[in-house]
Ligand binder design. Structure first.
Ligand code: HAM
Length: 448
């Protein structure tokens, strides 16, 4: 909102000048800034993700934020919430229908086909880390721009891949020191799912009048989603509904049993959740979700197998499985659980100066120290020594170097030991070596 204000401007011959009061810009609803204080948490998660990727042999692949809208419609399913209601879609200047990616898997499947990744040794293990967009109703843990870490194993049909991927997900949360529970189900395949959908529709049709409006639509459009409606009455109904595991065809059943055997072998504790169906249409067989220990409102990570997706998009038949975790939710969980995270290490040296000539020397010295790998802080724009030393104290540096008028004319510099306050005068030309010597000695003292 902006309002016009009339003021008298003496320089304008007493003419009345209109000054526009500009309202400051605001975040788009559902989006958030990641301020510097947040980054220790974000960096912790990101570095654990990249470490884990290395250990399990995943290579990074990043796709663009924009893809053709048809990719998501085909991959995720036209009747899903994500495609029906949540995509940021537009027509660009060339008339192309584009969407901001609402998830990674579809774009990665496109990249797999487009770059001929089927010719690489299989399976291809890739991971991605970046922002995504969904026009959802904003609430705690649900944003319109959010970040995901995403891991995919492409080109492997056996339950070994399912087991390894689930173990990688569990290992990630272990390395983040977050207690979790894993829920698993099988959603079958195109052979066994139609009979199950029919059974579900038969069960729900008699109860149609008591279903919520969304579920009434799901009944014809996407019956599996009836099972994960969040409304209490509908959840009660779901408890009596036929279960997918009872309808699995022999190969799907064998796959599921094998996976559970593998997980039992490694003594992974998991929960079988017959109502877990997931909101994206490409899933076949295994689906799973990772929840925080107190099973808050929403999953920290989720995924599953998508054996038909790449063929449906026009690629070679390529079985695949993957999962994605939400960074905002993981960071929130780290804070709730008060997990200790590594803080950025403080600088060793603070460089203070008095006056403009000293500042010039200090700027040059800062570069010399940096080139030697000595972590140095400064506040060159501050004039007074007192305010500079206050910063040095706050940063808990080991030594402060001071260049004042006297030191300038003597060609020296003060080295102040911040632990005991002892100051020494050092030849300016030798200060880098002198500082290095002192830091090595201090390190040895701390280790002794
Ligand atoms: P998804 O369940 O839609 O799956 O999202 C995975 C995770 O992303 C969720 O568990 C949650 O942590 C986070 N997330 C989703 N939406 C939001 C949101 N609006 N705000 C904050 N966090 C959110 C997928 O996206 C699949 N592509 C996962 C996958 C990979 N399946 C196979 N491969």
């Amino acid at each position: 909102m902006s309002s016009d204000k009339k003021i008298n401007d003496p320089s304008a011959d007493n003419e009345v000048v209109k000054v526009k009061k500009i309202s400051p810009p605001q975040l788009v609803r559902g989006m958030h800034d990641i301020l510097p204080a947040e980054w220790p948490w974000w960096n912790f998660v990101m570095s654990e993700v990249t470490d884990l990727a290395l250990v399990y042999g995943f290579q990074r692949l990043e796709t663009p934020a924009l893809e053709k809208t048809s990719l998501f419609t085909r991959a995720i399913g036209a009747a899903t919430d994500v495609v029906e209601k949540e995509m940021y879609s537009f027509v660009d200047q060339s008339g192309d229908h584009l969407s901001l990616r609402p998830e990674y898997t579809a774009g990665l499947a496109r990249a797999y086909i487009e770059h001929g990744l089927h010719t690489w040794p299989q399976p291809v293990k890739i991971f991605s880390l970046g922002p995504l967009w969904r026009h959802e109703r904003p609430q705690a843990g649900r944003y319109r721009q959010f970040w995901q870490l995403d891991f995919e194993i492409l080109g492997e049909a056996s339950a070994t891949a399912d087991c390894q991927l689930i173990l990688a997900a569990v290992a990630l949360f272990e390395s983040l020191h977050l207690p979790i529970t894993v829920q698993i189900n099988s959603v079958g395949c195109s052979v066994c799912r139609p009979a199950y959908k029919q059974a579900l529709q038969d069960y729900y049709r008699t109860k149609r009048s008591v279903l919520c409006e969304d579920c009434k639509r799901r009944l014809t459009k996407n019956p599996l989603r009836l099972l994960d409606c969040k409304i209490e009455e509908d959840r009660e109904l779901a408890k009596q509904a036929p279960q997918l595991v009872d309808y699995l065809c022999e190969p799907c059943n064998a796959h599921f049993v094998k996976l559970l055997e593998y997980l039992d072998e490694v003594e992974l504790v998991y929960q079988l959740n017959p109502y877990l169906v997931r909101g994206l249409d490409y899933y076949t067989r295994t689906v799973f979700e990772v929840w925080g220990a107190d099973e808050g409102k929403s999953a920290l990570a989720a995924g599953g197998r998508y054996d038909n997706l790449i063929a449906e998009l026009g690629g070679q038949p390529t079985p695949a499985i993957g999962f994605a975790g939400g960074l905002e939710r993981i960071v929130a969980e780290l804070k709730t659980r008060q997990v200790g995270i590594p803080l950025p290490s403080s600088p060793d040296i603070f460089l203070a100066c008095l006056g403009d000539t000293a500042r010039k020397k200090a700027i040059k010295l800062f570069e010399d120290l940096r080139r030697r790998g000595i972590k140095t802080a400064e506040s060159f724009t501050k004039e007074g020594l007192k305010s500079q030393l206050e910063i040095a104290n706050r940063l808990q540096v080991k030594f402060t170097l001071v260049i004042g008028q006297k030191e300038l004319s003597d060609g020296t510099i003060i080295v102040r030991d911040m632990e005991n306050g002892i100051q020494e005068i050092v030849d300016f030309n030798k200060v880098v070596e002198e500082v290095q010597k002192r830091l090595v000695a201090r390190e040895a003292d701390t280790l002794a």
